[in-house]
Design a protein around this ligand. Structure first.
Ligand code: NIG
Ligand code: FE
Length: 401
């Protein structure tokens, strides 16, 4: 079953320059052909993009969806001047432990649905609000039902009632063993008030010995050696990068670790934004992700993150789009997503605008009109009174592939 997506006003593939008046063909869930709409081959079904812009689906490479409860009160206090601290995590840990499996999964499922509706086609999900062997293992197990990109973040904080030494033994021992079957990655919150560099090194080395890939939270709250440690340990990504020193940037440029920026976190904690311009100009690879969590960044919207990155971090709209798609794929060390070259997954978004620039130019406006993942139409939104409805026949056939 093949599907032609045609009449694309602007097509961004990240495989060559953007194309005008373009089309693409999807076959067996992958991109099979890209070219001028006038040259498009016949296909079994068709989708008329109506002159709109088509971009790769967003790759949200950093989220914490396995939680219960809400911390709107903390947000409100921060907006009145209180500082964000790592310790807020404890409140969510309490609520998460009390939640049933069904409640935890339902909450995460709702958040994934929100993400999809806003164009996210791949999401990474971290554990980290259970912090007991059983609670971390169930978060990992439930997250695994939603995505293949699951990360063990037992090292989010030392929970109450356990000594630091005991907890480090657990995270590198029984808790890791219990989570490893469900996860692909290990992560450590290496920052002021969380874990220091020697603790982080021990945790990551243990995770690697279990065959897990490495990701790190670093430099969210203060400058430290976390970013350099991440590069040294060949982490796929070091995330936040809010307080960077020159040596951190040099390390990122010399290594293969992606710097993942989380605009929602600075927005929601009223912190200074990282300077993406400086990173990009130095030659670092930069990704953007939502960091969706109830404490520091309760957004599921990659378009929102793109808009903030453009407005506050010195990125051009094209750079922010790249970072939210192919940058995220690099942060997950995936080559099948984040771009629309022939052979890549057919994960794409039809934006209800003539250009992707509108993602930043029209902040807060629901511009995601259609989302396809693996060629399947997930979201098919026809917004009343806003132009021609999309070819419903083609859509119906595409959806039943
Ligand atoms: O990425 N930095 C550590 N973890 C989350 C915040 C968690 C929380 O406050 O609940 C983050 O911002
Ligand atoms: Fe995070």
């Amino acid at each position: 079953m093949s599907t032609l997506v045609t009449n694309i006003g602007v097509l961004v593939t990240h495989d060559g320059p953007e194309r005008q008046n373009a089309a693409l063909v999807i076959d067996s869930g992958a991109i099979a052909w890209v070219g001028a709409a006038s040259d498009a081959p016949a296909a079994d079904a068709s989708i008329d993009a109506g002159g709109r812009c088509v971009v790769p689906g967003f790759v949200d490479s950093h989220s914490h969806l396995m939680f219960a409860g809400d911390r709107a009160d903390e947000f409100e206090e921060r907006m009145a001047g209180r500082r964000y601290e790592a310790g807020g995590i404890r409140r969510t840990v309490g609520a998460t432990r009390k939640a049933t499996d069904d409640e935890l999964l339902a909450n995460a499922t709702t958040l994934v649905a929100e993400m999809r509706a806003q164009g996210t086609t791949t999401v990474e999900i971290k554990t980290g609000y259970g912090l007991t062997v059983d609670d971390e293992a169930r978060s990992a197990r439930l997250a695994r039902t939603l995505t293949s990109e699951v990360t063990f973040l037992g090292a989010h904080l030392v929970p109450d009632g356990v000594s630091r030494d005991e907890y480090l033994d657990l995270v590198t021992g029984r808790m890791l063993d219990a989570c490893a079957p469900f996860v692909k990655w290990i992560d450590v919150f290496c920052d002021r008030g969380a874990f220091d560099e020697s603790e982080a090194r021990r945790i990551i080395v243990a995770g690697r010995a279990k065959g897990l890939g490495v990701r790190m939270h670093g430099a969210q709250l203060a400058a430290s050696g976390a970013v350099r440690l991440a590069v040294e340990l060949d982490a796929a990504s070091v995330d936040h990068c809010t307080f960077l020193e020159r040596a951190d940037i040099d390390a990122l440029v010399s290594g293969s670790t992606v710097a993942t920026l989380l605009p929602g976190a600075e927005f929601s904690t009223r912190s200074p934004y990282p300077n993406a311009r400086r990173l990009i100009d130095a030659g670092a690879t930069v990704a953007i992700a939502s960091d969706c969590n109830p404490g520091s960044s309760f957004t599921t919207s990659m378009p929102f993150c793109i808009a903030v990155a453009v407005r506050e971090m010195g990125m051009t709209p094209a750079e922010a789009l790249w970072s939210a798609t192919l940058g995220g794929a690099r942060a997950l060390r995936r080559t099948d997503i984040g771009h629309l070259a022939v052979g890549a997954n057919a994960d794409l978004v039809v934006i209800d605008a003539p250009s992707y620039v509108h993602l930043a130019y029209r902040p807060g406006v629901p511009l995601v009109r259609q989302v396809l993942t693996g060629g399947q139409v997930l979201i098919n939104e026809v917004r009343e009174g806003r132009g021609d409805p999309i070819n419903e026949v083609g859509l119906g056939r595409a959806a039943s592939q």
